[in-house]
Structure formats: C-alpha cells, structure tokens
Ligand binder design. Sequence first.
Ligand SMILES: [Zn+2]
Length: 497
Amino acid sequence: MLPALLPPSLELAVSKPSVFLELKPPVYHSFPEQKVRAKHNFLGRLTDPCRTLAGSILSRLVFARANQDGLRNNRSQLRKMPMPGSVDVGGINYDFFSPRKILFGWGRRAELASEVRQLGRRVFVVSGSRKLEATGIFGDLMDSLRQQGCECLHVATISHEPEIADVDTLVADILGHRPGAGDCLLAMGGGSAIDLAKAAAAMVTNREGSSVCDYLEGVGKGLKITQPPLPLIAIPTTAGTGTEATKNAVISSYAPAFKKSLRSDLMVPTIVVVDPELTMTLPATTTAHTGMDAITQLIESLISKRTQPIPQALCLQGLKLAIPALIESVDYPQSKSARTAMSHAALLSGIALANSGLGMAHGVAAGLGVLTKAPHGLACAVMLPTALRVNRDVAAAQLAGLGLSLWSSLRCLAVDHPLRSLIPANPPSDSGSIDLVMELIDAISERIQIPKSLSAVGVTAELIPQLVLASRGNSMSGNPRELSNSELDGILRGMIS
Ligand SMILES: [Zn+2]
C-alpha cells in the first residue's frame, strides 16, 4: 500500500495520517515552497490510489505553508478549512437508476425460473434470432419455467432492430391475452429482442396513444409513459448494448427514416440475468461489433456532459476489463475469462449510459443506422476514434484519468498480449495518458478489422447533410463538445475516403 516512491517525510504522513494532522509549524518550515513543488512532480509517477492520497497531503502542505503564519497559533482553524486540491464535491447531485436485481455469473441462467416465479405465473417470451433452440438452451429454460408452474407464451422472435410495426403488433398480441397482475415479460436475446420487449412492456400498460410512435422522443406526439410497464426479466445473449440495464428502447423507422428512443425511468428491466456462457457461440463479427459498442458506451458515458460519479466509477472498471478482453474474446471465443469480462463490461456500460447519457459517436451511429442500416456496434466503432479526437481537449481531464487508470491496469498484461507493447514502462503524463487511450482504441479497431472510413458503412458525400440532421438526438446532446451542423458536416466529410 505504501508507495515506494514517497519521500521519507511523506511516508510518515501516509502511514500515520493522524500524525500528519497534528504536524506542528516547525515541520512546515522544513518544506520550502520550491522543495514542495519538486516533490509534487513525483505524483506523476504514482498509481491512482497513491496519487490521490499523496496529492491530498501535498496540497495540504502547500496550503499550510502558504498560510503558516495565520495557522501557527490556530490549528483548529486548519481542520475547518477546505482542503485545497481535493475533489470539489459541492456539485454532486444526481439520481441513479439500475435494475432492481442483477444476477451475474457463469451458468446463472439456471436460477431464472425461481426469479421469474417471484414476478408472476404467466410469462410472455420474446427471443432473438440466435439459434438458442438448436443448442437446447432455450428449450431447457422454458421447461424449467413450466416446472416452476409458469405458463410460457412465446409471443415474438426478432432478427432485426425493432421497428414501430414490430412493437405495435406485439402489443396487440399481448393485449389479446388480457394481461394483468401476475403477468410478466421475458426477453432473451441481443439488444433487438430486449428493446422490443421493453417497448412492448411499456406500451401494454400505457394506452393513451394508438402506436408506440406517439411516445417516441422527438418524433411522436409527446405522450409520456406514466404507468409502470409489465415486469420484465432480461437475459442478454450478446455482450454489447447493455440495454438490459437501460431505461430506453431504440425503435427504428425507415419511412420516414429515424431511429428514436422510447424512454422512461420506469422502463429499466426489473430483473437481469447475465450469464456470459450464453455468449460463447457468438460469431466473431458480432463479438467484435457488440464489444466495441460496449467500449464506446463506457467512454462516452465517462466523458459525457451529463456524467455522474457512480457511472464514472463503473466506466473505469468496465474499460479496464473490456479493453484487453475484446481482442481475446474475438481471437479465442472459448475464453471464459474474456467472455465474462465482456459481459460484465457491457452490463456496466448499460447502467452508465442510462444515468450519464452518451455522445457524438452514438449520435452519428443513430443516423447511420437509419440512413445506411449500418449495424449499431459497427457504426459506433467507426465513429469512436474520431469522437475521441473531437472531444480530446474538452474532456482532457477524464480521458487523462482513464489513460492513467488503463496504464496501471494493463502494464500487468502478459507480454504476448497484442496491446502490451503500447503500455509504457513509466506512468504517462496527462497528455501521454490521453494518447494512450487513443492508441489502444486504434489498435483494437485495427486488430478486429473495424474500418476507419465512413465510406465503408455506405456513406457518400451526398448523404452527409442528411446524416448531420439524423445525428441530432439524445445521444448527441450529451457530447462534451458542442458541435454546430457545419462543424459536424466537416468532421464527417473528413471521414470519407
Ligand atoms: Zn450503443
């Protein structure tokens, strides 16, 4: 715990904080200002916890030095004064949303039936396109639900991002069964299946409008979800969207073309069962794209204009897992540790974005989704390096913190890991830390074959004005740097090869 780099005088302070608090004025005299500044330089070589601790102590020493005359005879005043250089917590003020219960772990799907049973007896099941039936997993889960006394109604299977008609049709079907108390929805699949189920669960109980379109952000009639949706259990079978933990469902339309959210604080799924084993059979391309979606969500939530403290902590943890694990889960799909890391990172990304919002990469990805039908994860991945460069200066503090955090974590990577050669021997400077974040993202993108050009996802110069307008959604509003339409136009044109 005690950093070896601490100078002797600070070792005393770190190992015995109470001694530090009782430092007597003569001790201050032993810290001439230039010496304190020189010692301050070594902070750049410390890892996070030590850096924070030593930073607080040094700040206090500098502060005390500057005020020693006034404080010499009034030590109690020192205790009451704010600690200069410490985190300003005066502005912390937030709500925090997450699922009521999360079950995470290898094989935890075995507990699904008992969890569902607590919510009700009749279960409307929505599944994704993956052939879980072929593996027997889907059938086994349905059997276990029935053995617990549940009635399972398999009401929808979806193989594309949900559209307005998909939601309206499913809602009509469920309403035909006269849902009520004791009924719930179960969504098992990727983001599309879970989003469809989330939207249907909300629309079944909110009947003021005739279509989900009436409730969509920006394009509907402005109707609000006021009634709690049917309880929803989500089981993701991909590791990326994090929608199992968010309060929105993304709904697409192609005539007219838009991709908008149905959003309400009430829409966070009730119970989430994340079993990384379900992702073992994902194809490499899906693993790569959904994984980059999770990484993009974690970074954009971290630096978002609406970023918040709990999500920030989750983002750092998620990125430390996902950055090294994504390549491994693509190269070695049977890696239990890599699959687990990616599932956990994806879950954290959902919790983070539900509370902090996103940014430019997701803003443009929404536009790409409707204009070129680029898969969501791929669209995010193509945009992420540019979004980092665009926001570099505005989000410098968060990105530098992320870079240093990644450095301290990734320097323990095995020497043959593809990212290991990027990790410098010594802690990077703030600027070097930001460079490290960008280099890591570039290296991952290169390795898993993410194209650099928007041309690769179907964008032409003629399409740019429409793309700019289609990018103006909730995600873009969280981008740390304000971008005018002409500025965004120029950025996107620069990404066409
Ligand atoms: Zn996303």
